[in-house]
Write a protein that binds this ligand. Structure first.
Ligand code: PRX
Length: 687
């Protein structure tokens, strides 16, 4: 049993998470919409001071057994980071050992220079000479309830065959392959097949629109697309191939499309370009030796939102990514050979890449993978799967936790969840109320929670408890992992005092860091390395408490986290402005009980257009078409004019306040036209 120490009066967790507390910040750093939520959470925690120590039984069996051991490891890595990382890298298979651990020419890093390896070899081939050969690598469940199990040997065979099939279709080392599929094992096979032959995969989340798919294909000049006829989601068969067909009208680089048959939907196959997965696999040999990759050879591109309109192609390379991702997975999730590990993230996001595919498979873990919605056909689905598959570790997002809280405890409590031993969260700050519910109702007070802070750009977990060592506080990712130099600083780079709000930065290169933005070094330098001199700028605001625990307060840029997914408000604005009725648009966030943040779009219309309900709906649909449903504004408000500074900059801060509180109390001295704001406020009262 975990023990709660220094317990003070705690509000009883009820079925409504109080995610959207609007407490005013006393921190100096101005962050966006999420922050008020987080600050509310921070305040309540400061009052309550709850600390949960790992149980003696958990610590005894853990890889890292005590805080003293963590401190020793952390200090060792601080003193000689390169030695620390080199010792970890020794645990992997290298065709050729590196000459130099790190070459650092700010802001460009090379790790394990001169080394040759293959991440697919480390994830599969290595296990085939051990008893794990016949261990389940993936236990998969489709949304309709169909199930499959692939052992490491079977997965290796599928990957080798697909690797041969894509080679035969002209894909060579360094070529980019776009993957647009639902969550079936074939998605993992496609990713690993690319890695096996040195092709650079660019997985595009299955919810993105044709336009978003085309943008990503064009940016990476992808030569091939691997897709499926469709995917089952909430009881419907969504057609993915037709989205690809639409996307390919606006691209010219794609020569071949491979289509996995999942839903048996009607699809149009273009002669010479489109090939059925099963037909290619029937012909392919299962002998495909893994390509020897240079440690710094690109592994994948994954697009993520930034402050400006165009998504950024985050580029990760091979050796360093492999070393940190697999090692952090083992440490943070305390991975044992008998674990059944369930990560609910889609492979279309970084969490799926690092902690569903690469980390777990390199560690020889059994992964539970699920195709559909976690609440389909009802709110019991997730818990039912955990019970049936005897899941031991669950890794999910705060937004899912909050929606389960709302659905009611009975969906959880009617299932036997006694197999669970560890819980994890990722993607956004978790409000302490939701943390307590996860701890009490799901974990039955015996499972530590690892709240893991990291980003697409960091490749792997940076700040997280180590479950056998770290005393937990609800709402914080606690301390940085050994070898990770995270700090909270002022704009000039000087460290903040305890409990003082500042910018979250990383002060030293780490092996799984992004290497650049694909095709855009200038943007890479500007976005990450120019805000704070000499340091990697995360885009997050944070504070560090007196115990050195990091409390992430939310983004300080124009990036918003909606249901754990990153969206650039500028991206949504560009989509809106592309609509024929729209003159100008400003998109801001307001706290939302379930999604963490909701998007509110303020729109001015061109002459001759009338702002009515039909237009609101068509604007929301338009955004879904341009980007994907995840980016649909929750609210569209028409405005005669938007509040601007004298230099013409839209004052989004005021719109944020208005969207959140229905009024503006902040500083308006730089506002050019007061009437614009006044009109918006009146409109708010009327609505
Ligand atoms: O704001 C932080 C938030 O999510 C951002 C990264 O988003 P993305 O690249 O999509 O990766 C999400 C999965 C790793 C961060 O800048 N974030 C992520 N994890 C946490 C978090 N905020 C608070 N606590 C976390 N555990």
């Amino acid at each position: 049993m975990a023990t709660a120490v220094k317990k003070s009066p705690v509000k009883k967790s009820n079925s409504h998470a109080k995610a959207a507390s609007h407490a005013k910040t006393k921190h100096e750093v101005k962050t966006n919409g999420q922050t008020s939520q987080s600050n509310g959470a921070i305040r309540s925690v400061l009052k309550e001071k709850r600390v949960f120590k790992p149980s003696a039984a958990f610590s005894k069996n853990a890889h890292i057994k005590s805080m003293a051991e963590y401190e020793r490891l952390y200090a060792y890595a601080e003193k000689n980071p390169e030695k620390y990382w080199a010792e970890i890298a020794e645990n992997f298979h290298w065709f050729k050992k590196w000459r130099k651990v790190l070459e650092w020419k700010l802001p460009y890093a090379k790790w394990f220079v001169g080394g040759q390896t293959n991440i697919c070899y480390n994830a599969l081939d290595r296990h085939l000479t051990t008893w794990r050969k016949n261990k389940a690598a993936i236990i998969w469940e489709g949304e309709p309830g169909d199930q499959r199990v692939l052992t490491y040997l079977q997965l290796h065979r599928e990957v080798s065959k697909l690797a041969n099939a894509i080679k035969k279709r002209g894909i060579k080392k360094g070529d980019r392959v776009a993957i647009y599929m639902g969550m079936t094992p074939e998605l993992v096979v496609a990713v690993l097949a690319c890695a096996r032959i040195g092709a650079v995969h660019s997985v595009i989340f299955g919810g993105f629109s044709a336009q978003a798919v085309a943008d990503r294909i064009n940016d990476a000049h992808a030569k091939m697309v691997i897709t499926a006829d469709g995917v089952f989601r909430r009881g419907n068969a969504l057609n993915l191939k037709s989205v690809v067909d639409e996307a390919l009208v606006n691209t010219s680089s794609v020569e071949n499309v491979i289509v996995y048959q999942r839903t048996k939907a009607q699809v149009h196959m273009v002669e010479g370009r489109d090939h059925w997965w099963h037909e290619l696999m029937d012909l392919a040999s299962d002998d495909c030796p893994a390509e020897k990759m240079d440690s710094e050879d690109p592994l994948f591109i994954l697009y993520t939102s930034g402050s400006t309109g165009k998504p950024k192609g985050i580029l990760h390379t091979t050796g360093g990514y492999m070393v940190h991702v697999a090692n952090s997975h083992k440490m943070v999730f305390d991975i044992k050979d008998d674990d059944v590990y369930f990560c609910t993230a889609d492979v279309g996001w970084i969490t799926g890449h690092s902690y569903l595919v690469y980390g777990p498979l390199i560690n020889g873990t059994t992964v539970l993978m699920y195709e559909g919605a976690v609440n389909y056909p009802n709110w019991g689905r997730l818990w039912d799967m955990i019970e049936r598959h005897r899941v031991t570790i669950l890794y999910t997002a705060p937004t899912a936790i909050r929606s389960f809280i709302r659905a009611g405890d009975e969906w959880v409590t009617k299932h036997n969840l006694s197999s669970l031993r560890l819980l994890g969260t990722v993607g956004e700050p978790i409000n302490p109320e939701a943390w307590m519910w996860y701890y009490n109702v799901v974990g039955k007070k015996k499972c530590p929670i690892v709240d893991t802070w990291w980003q697409t750009e960091t490749g792997g977990i940076m700040v997280s408890p180590l479950p056998g060592a770290t005393p937990l506080k609800p709402g914080t990712g606690t301390r940085p992992l050994p070898g990770i130099a995270v700090d909270v600083v002022h704009k000039d780079g000087t460290p903040c005092k305890a409990d003082e709000g500042g910018f979250l930065v990383v002060k030293r290169p780490w092996p799984s860091m992004l290497r650049t933005i694909y095709g855009d070094n200038a943007r890479y330098e500007k976005t990450y390395w120019s805000e704070i001199p000499g340091m990697y700028f995360t885009g997050d605001g944070a504070r560090r408490d007196k115990d050195g625990y990091i409390w992430v307060m939310g983004r300080v840029d124009d990036v918003v986290n909606v249901s754990g997914h990153r969206l650039g408000t500028a991206e949504v604005e560009s989509a809106l402005v592309a609509h024929s009725a729209v003159a100008e648009a400003a998109v801001v966030s307001r706290p939302d009980e379930i999604k963490g943040n909701a998007l509110v779009a303020f729109v001015t219309l061109k002459d001759g257009f009338e702002g009515n309900q039909t237009l609101k709906e068509s604007l929301r649909e338009h955004v879904a078409k341009e980007i994907g449903s995840i980016a649909k504004p929750d609210e569209v408000r028409f405005a005669a004019a938007l509040p601007k500074t004298r230099s013409g900059k839209i004052m989004r801060r005021l719109l944020r306040e208005l969207a959140t509180n229905g009024e503006v109390k902040g500083d308006v001295t730089t506002l050019e036209d007061f009437s614009a704001l006044e009109k918006l406020r009146q409109q708010e009262e009327e609505e």
